[in-house]
Design a protein around this ligand. Structure first.
Ligand code: FEO
Length: 402
């Protein structure tokens, strides 16, 4: 029995599940693993869409062989050259010396950057709207630059109405048995899908929105992304999720409190704000120590909720470094459409609160509520009242939008 799974009559999922790699792109934890999705169309002409990460190449070629049963592989479309999808391309070129590689003009440059002895005569250049005729199936292509690299494109099967969507609509998490949205429990994937979006393409919201608008005119019966769940029952649902994330639209009412503390006083202040938020009627409150929780999880919840309260100790007249790296990433992503509260601990010189203010000053889409609270060591009674005031203002703003 083979592991491949049919998408439609002649189209197969030939992806691989990776439960071994600790960190995606060598920095994002993978507690639920990741799937590298690839597809094979077994028509008069045979064609794969993308390959997989290098470490799973053997299984990938075994799957292709299991379906083709000695037939030649005519084409390999490269929607994206990031190595999680192109890592097995080198092996594929050797195993199938007749196969033509299909991509756009930027794809070719990327291939040559990764595979120096690549033979240009094996490459077929396509541009927006071009067609690749496989017999019954006819493929066409659309460019989606920066979702998630400059050469990124999608492939659309005009016969079965399948959008091979590349990183768009992707998710962390392996495909454990089921591959389609109606074969598995989306609740197991939702947080990992948001964490994938926010951390991988979070910076490119405008480009994601452009891509969704561009593809909006297509009749789409299946979305087959390059990671995670394949969609056929809830196509509009996954499109709406990605549109919301791309436009920084919060999913539900709630507040993230992220703090950086060295000796515990800033943590104490965070807990005081959390209690006060609860008194004022907020139920979804997530409190994170930025030195402990991997930032990708905190960023995912920042995408989920409208409220963000940031607290930071001073360290060498500056932000405490774990907070510095979180704020740097959020600034790089252009975070917007959030209410923000600020607090921290100055000890003798300050630096933490100053650093948070520099962060909010750089992002005009953030609305800072109330005055920043900056204690000197243990928060005084007056500090505590000010902390409660931040919580009150935050709760009022959020509840007024119910
Ligand atoms: Fe899944 Fe941008 O590669």
């Amino acid at each position: 029995m083979h592991y491949h799974a049919p998408v439609t009559d002649k189209v197969f999922w030939i992806g691989t599940n990776d439960r071994k790699t600790e960190r995606f792109e060598n920095y994002l934890p993978l507690p639920q693993g990741v799937a590298y999705n690839a597809y094979l169309i077994n028509d008069e002409k045979t064609c794969i869409i993308d390959t997989v990460e290098f470490g799973t190449a053997n299984l990938f070629i075994e799957k292709i062989e299991g379906i083709l049963k000695g037939k030649n592989l005519d084409y390999a479309v490269v929607n994206h050259m990031e190595p999680d999808h192109s890592g097995a391309l080198g092996d594929l070129l050797k195993f199938y010396p007749e196969t033509k590689i299909v991509g756009n003009v930027l794809t070719l440059r990327m291939i040559k950057a990764f595979i120096h002895d690549f033979d240009d005569s094996r490459f077929i250049t396509v541009k927006e709207g071009d067609t690749l005729d496989l017999g019954h199936h006819k493929l066409t292509f659309a460019m989606i630059p920066m979702v998630h690299w400059p050469e990124s494109m999608v492939t659309y099967d005009t016969t079965d109405k399948i959008l091979f969507s590349n990183d768009a609509f992707g998710s962390f998490g392996t495909l454990d048995g089921g591959i389609f949205d109606d074969e598995l429990n989306f609740n197991f994937y939702e947080d990992e899908m948001r964490r994938y979006y926010a951390n991988i393409v979070g910076k490119y919201g405008a480009q994601v929105t452009n891509a969704i608008n561009k593809l909006g005119g297509l009749e789409i019966k299946y979305i087959c992304p390059s990671h995670g769940i394949l969609w056929r029952r809830d196509v509009p649902k996954v499109i709406q999720h990605f549109l919301n994330w791309a436009t920084f639209t919060p999913e539900e009412e709630g507040v993230v409190i992220a703090y950086g503390t060295m000796y515990g006083t800033t943590a104490k202040m965070a807990n005081m704000i959390a209690r006060a938020l609860s008194w004022h009627g907020i139920k979804n409150i997530k409190v994170y120590d930025v030195s402990k929780t991997d930032h990708s999880f905190i960023i995912s919840d920042i995408w989920k909720y409208k409220g963000l309260i940031i607290g930071c100790a001073a360290h060498n007249n500056d932000l405490y470094s774990p907070m510095q790296s979180l704020l740097h990433k959020l600034q790089n992503y252009g975070l917007k459409n959030r209410y923000v509260g600020i607090f921290g601990n100055m000890m003798w010189s300050g630096g933490g609160v100053k650093g948070i203010k520099a962060f909010t000053d750089a992002l005009p889409g953030l609305e800072v509520l109330g005055d920043a609270v900056e204690s000197k060591g243990e928060p005084t009674k007056e500090d505590q009242e000010k902390l409660e005031n931040i919580a009150k203002l935050m709760a009022e703003k959020i509840i007024s939008e119910r």
